[in-house]
Design a protein around this ligand. Structure first.
Ligand code: 5GP
Ligand code: ZN
Length: 115
């Protein structure tokens, strides 16, 4: 996808503060952190949102949930204390970047419900 900022970050055409990478995803620090630790896990494949998933994305999302998130949380030292995982989807959730990304937030006590 041309002009997609997260595609460009995944291809290293734009700099980011990478904390993890494998063949399917990159994870980098959010430019505007909402918690002491705030990382975005981004598939290298362009998928606009959860609404655009196909069966082909099962392996990718299973990988993110079962392997990438726990590993990155551990590496940030927030696994024990706890963390929040968020995927904003569409207008009501205020998704601003139209390339699916998983927010991993930790390092402080969260409030609930989210605003
Ligand atoms: P959304 O609101 O779409 O769920 O989240 C988009 C996130 O991407 C925001 O938290 C925003 O701070 C972050 N972001 C937007 N552009 C960039 C960028 O160029 N670099 C990084 N590291 N984060 C970005
Ligand atoms: Zn993209």
């Amino acid at each position: 996808m041309e002009d997609c900022i997260f595609c460009k970050i995944a291809k290293k055409e734009i700099e980011s503060n990478l904390v993890y990478e494998d063949d399917m995803v990159v994870a980098f620090r959010d430019l505007s952190p909402q918690a002491p630790e705030h990382v975005l896990i981004v598939p290298k494949k362009h998928i606009a949102s959860i609404n655009d998933f196909t069966k082909d994305d099962r392996e990718l999302m299973g990988h993110i949930m079962t392997e990438v998130l726990p590993e990155v949380a551990k590496s940030l030292n927030i696994a024990e204390g706890g963390y929040r995982v968020v995927i904003n989807t569409g207008e009501d959730a205020q998704q601003t970047v139209k390339h699916l990304h998983v927010h991993l937030l930790g390092g402080r006590k969260m409030t609930w419900p989210p605003g």
